[in-house]
Design a protein around this ligand. Structure first.
Ligand code: FAD
Length: 464
C-alpha cells in the first residue's frame, strides 16, 4: 500500500486514543487512528462497561431472589433463575452499540481509522500490519495510547481454569465455585457480582485488608456486606499454584501453613501494567518511569512531538484520566495552552456498597501537613437512603481548618458513584465548606448528605 502522511497519528483506539483523535479531528488536524482490535479499548470492550453491565445484572438477580425469599417491602415473587449466556448477549449488545457510536464519532470528526497492529519505526513513522497488507504512515505528531494489560502471576499463568477479568466477563455459565486472587477493585467488583449470581466465592488477598488503596474506614462497610453475602476472605494469603488436577489452589497463610481452595475458575486480578511491548517502543529513545512511559504535565514524552496518554503512562489507570489526557494533547497540538493541572482524579469502586473518592483523605491531608476539619454524615440519617433500603455508609468532607477550602470528599454507600461528579466539581472550583453548605441540595436525595457533611465540618449538622 502507498505510504501516506498525516499531522497526528494516534496509536491505540481505547478511551485515551479515540478521544484524542476525535478532538484532533474536531480541531481540523489531519488525524489517523491505528487500532488492532475493537474501538473503545479495554474500557468499552472488556473493562468498565462490561463489568458494570454484569454488576447490574447480578444486582437485579439478587433483588429478585430477595423478593422470592420474602422481604419487608412486601413484594413476593416466584423462584428466579438466570441464563448467563443471555446476560452476556445483552452485555455484548451494549458494547456493540458503543463500538458503533465511537466509530460514528470518529467518522464525523473526519479521523481516518486504520485497522491493524502499529509498529513505531521511529518517532515519526508507524508501520501498520493488517490482513490486507502493510501500510507506512508518517506523522508530525505521534500519540502513544496503547493502554494496559492484566498482570499474570508466574505460579498461576492464564489459561484453562485460570482466567483474567476479560474471560470472567464472557463466561457463559456461572461457575459453582470461584476463587479470586487479588482483593483490589476489579477483583471485588467481579467477586461480589459472581456471588450474587450464585457462585461460592473465595477472595485471596496478600495484604492485611481488602481494597488496600482505600482508607480503612471506607472499606469497612464493603467488608461487612461481603460477610453478609457469604464471601470467604483470606487476608495475608498468597496464591502458591494449582494442584495437578487443576481444580484446587494452594495458598500460603501468614503463619506459614498452607490451605487448599477448591474452585472451578481462578480469577487473577492482581493488577494491570502499561502495555509497552509489541509496538516498537525499543526503537524510540523514551525515558521510562518504571514500566510506564514518563510524561510531563502536558503528556509530552522525552522525544519531541511524541506524546503518551492513558494507562501506558501508569497510575491512576482510570478511563476518565485517560480521556482527559487524550483531549488535552489534541488541544495542545492544535496550539491551545493546556496542562494537566487537575486538583483531583476522582475514583469509584463499584462494589456493594460503592466507594467514591476525590482528593485527600483525612490521613493524606494530615500527611501533607494540613491542619484539617472533617465532617461526616451517615446515610442512616437520610430519608432517601431509608426509602432505598440503603442505610449503610456515609459521606465525609475534609477541609483546611484555617480557610475551610475543601481538600477531599469521600463516600461509601449505595449509588454514591453518581455523587462523585459533585465531589470533583467542588474540588476543581476550589469550594469552601460554606459553599457546599450554602448550596440547596434536592430533597429527598442522597446528595443531601454532602451538604450535611459540610455542615458537620462547620459544627452544625442539621439532621444528626
Ligand atoms: P486501553 O483502553 O487499554 O486501550 C488501548 C488500545 O490500544 C487497545 O484497544 C489496544 O488494542 C490498542 N493497541 C495496543 N497496542 C496496539 C498496537 N501496537 N497497534 C494498534 N493498536 C494497539 N476505569 C474506570 O475509570 N472506571 C471503571 O469502572 C473501570 N473498570 C474497569 C474494569 C475492568 C475489568 C478493567 C480491566 C479496567 C477497568 N477500568 C476502569 C480501567 C479502564 O478500562 C482503563 O483505564 C482505560 O481503558 C484506559 O484507556 P487507554 O486508552 O489508556 O487504554
Amino acid at each position: 500500500m502507498e505510504p501516506f502522511s498525516c499531522t497526528v497519528l494516534v496509536l491505540g483506539g481505547g478511551p485515551s486514543g479515540y478521544v484524542c483523535a476525535i478532538r484532533a479531528g474536531q480541531l481540523g488536524l489531519d488525524t489517523v487512528l491505528v487500532e488492532s482490535g475493537k474501538l473503545g479499548g479495554t474500557c468499552l470492550n472488556v473493562g468498565c462497561i462490561p463489568s458494570k453491565a454484569i454488576i447490574h445484572a447480578a444486582e437485579e438477580f439478587a433483588t429478585a431472589k430477595r423478593f422470592s425469599a420474602g422481604n419487608a417491602i412486601g413484594i413476593r415473587a416466584a423462584d428466579p433463575s438466570i441464563d448467563l449466556a443471555a446476560t452476556m448477549a445483552w452485555k455484548d449488545g451494549i458494547v456493540a452499540r458503543l463500538n458503533g457510536g465511537v466509530f460514528g464519532l470518529l467518522r464525523r470528526a473526519k479521523v481516518k481509522v486504520v485497522n491493524g497492529t502499529g509498529y513505531l519505526r521511529d518517532g515519526k513513522t508507524c508501520v501498520v500490519e493488517s490482513d490486507t497488507g502493510r501500510q507506512e504512515i508518517t506523522a508530525a505528531h505521534i500519540v502513544i495510547a496503547t493502554g494496559s494489560e492484566a498482570v499474570a502471576l508466574p505460579n498461576l499463568p492464564f489459561g484453562g481454569p485460570v482466567i483474567s477479568s476479560t474471560e470472567a466477563l464472557s463466561l457463559d455459565s456461572v461457575p459453582q465455585r470461584l476463587a479470586v486472587i487479588g482483593g483490589g477493585y476489579i477483583g471485588l467488583e467481579l467477586g461480589i457480582a459472581f456471588r450474587k449470581l450464585g457462585s461460592e466465592v473465595t477472595i485471596i488477598e496478600a495484604q492485611d485488608r481488602l481494597l488496600p488503596h482505600y482508607d480503612a474506614e471506607l472499606t469497612r462497610p464493603v467488608a461487612s456486606r461481603m460477610r453478609k453475602l457469604g464471601i470467604t476472605v483470606h487476608l495475608k494469603a498468597k496464591a502458591l499454584g494449582l494442584h495437578a488436577a487443576g481444580d484446587t489452589l494452594k495458598i500460603g497463610l501468614e503463619d506459614g501453613s498452607e490451605q487448599r481452595v477448591p474452585a472451578d475458575k481462578f480469577l487473577v486480578t492482581v493488577g494491570r501494567r502499561p502495555r509497552t511491548s509489541g509496538f516498537g517502543l525499543e526503537e524510540l529513545d523514551l525515558t521510562m518511569n518504571g514500566r510506564a512511559i514518563e510524561i510531563d504535565d502536558q503528556c509530552r514524552t522525552s522525544m519531541r512531538n511524541v506524546w503518551a496518554v492513558g494507562d501506558v503512562t501508569g497510575e491512576p489507570m482510570l478511563e476518565h484520566r485517560a480521556v482527559a489526557q487524550g483531549e488535552m494533547v489534541a488541544e495542545i497540538i492544535a496550539g491551545e495552552k493546556r496542562s494537566f493541572d487537575h486538583v483531583a482524579v476522582p475514583a469509584v469502586c463499584f462494589t456493594d456498597p460503592e466507594i467514591a473518592t476525590a482528593g485527600l483523605s483525612p490521613q493524606e491531608a494530615r500527611d501533607a501537613g494540613h491542619a484539617i476539619k472533617v465532617g461526616q454524615f451517615p446515610f442512616t440519617a437520610n430519608g432517601r437512603a431509608m426509602t432505598l433500603e440503603a442505610e449503610d455508609g456515609f459521606v465525609r468532607i475534609v477541609a483546611r481548618a484555617d480557610n475551610h477550602v475543601i481538600l477531599g470528599i469521600q463516600a461509601v454507600g449505595h449509588g454514591v458513584s453518581e455523587l462523585s461528579g459533585s465531589f470533583a466539581l467542588a474540588l476543581e472550583m476550589g469550594a469552601r465548606l460554606e459553599d457546599v453548605a450554602a448550596t440547596i441540595h434536592v430533597h429527598p436525595t442522597l446528595s443531601e448528605c454532602v451538604r450535611e457533611a459540610a455542615l458537620a465540618a462547620l459544627g452544625h449538622a442539621l439532621h444528626a
